[in-house]
Design a binder for this molecule. Structure first.
Ligand SMILES: [Cu+2]
Length: 163
C-alpha cells in the first residue's frame, strides 16, 4: 500500500497526538485536575505500596478536600503525610487532604514534605508497566476513578515505606 504525502502527514499527526495524550495522563472532575497518578513497583514480600500524583490542582475558587480513596488492588487506601521532624522523616495518616481554592501542589515521590496515598494490604505485587484503577472521593467534586501507572521513577529513589 502506498501513502500520499498528505495521508502520511495525517497519520503522523494522529500518532503524535495520541502519544502526547498518553503522556499527559491527567484526569478531571469538576474544577480539579489529577495529573499523572503513578505508583512505584513493589517486591513480593511487600504488603504496602504508594501512589503519587505529579500534581493535584484546584482551579476553582471554592476549597475542596480529598476525603478518601479505594482500589481493587489493596484492602485499604490511606492518606499519608510525610514531614521532616528534625533529621527524621516521619509519615502519618491524615483524615483528609486540604485543597484550597486556586491551588496546585505536588504529590511526587521525591518530595520530603508532602502527601501520598498508601495502598495497604496489596493483593499482588505492583509490576512496572502495569496500571490499575483508583477511585478518589472529594468533598465537593465527588468521585473520580483514575488509572494509576506503575513505573520506576526516572529520578530520585522512592521512599522506603516502613511504618
Ligand atoms: Cu505512606
Amino acid at each position: 500500500m502506498r501513502f500520499t504525502k498528505l495521508q502520511f502527514l495525517f497519520w503522523f499527526a494522529v500518532a503524535l497526538l495520541t502519544s502526547q495524550l498518553a503522556l499527559a495522563h491527567d484526569f478531571k472532575v469538576g474544577d480539579l485536575t489529577i495529573d499523572h497518578p503513578y505508583a512505584t513497583p513493589t517486591v513480593p514480600a511487600q504488603s504496602t505500596g504508594a501512589v503519587y500524583f505529579r500534581t493535584l490542582r484546584n482551579r476553582g475558587s471554592a476549597p475542596d478536600k480529598l476525603l478518601s480513596a479505594r482500589s481493587s488492588v489493596a484492602n485499604r487506601v490511606g492518606l499519608h503525610r510525610m514531614q521532616m521532624e528534625g533529621e527524621v522523616m516521619r509519615m502519618r495518616e491524615v483524615p483528609y487532604i486540604d485543597m484550597p481554592g486556586k491551588s496546585e501542589f505536588r504529590m511526587g515521590h521525591a518530595s520530603t514534605d508532602g502527601y501520598h496515598l498508601m495502598l495497604e494490604g496489596l493483593k499482588a505485587p505492583l509490576k512496572d508497566g502495569d496500571s490499575f484503577p483508583l477511585t478518589l472521593r472529594f468533598e465537593r467534586a465527588g468521585e473520580r476513578t483514575v488509572q494509576v501507572h506503575v513505573q520506576t521513577p526516572r529520578k530520585g529513589a522512592a521512599h522506603e515505606h516502613k511504618h
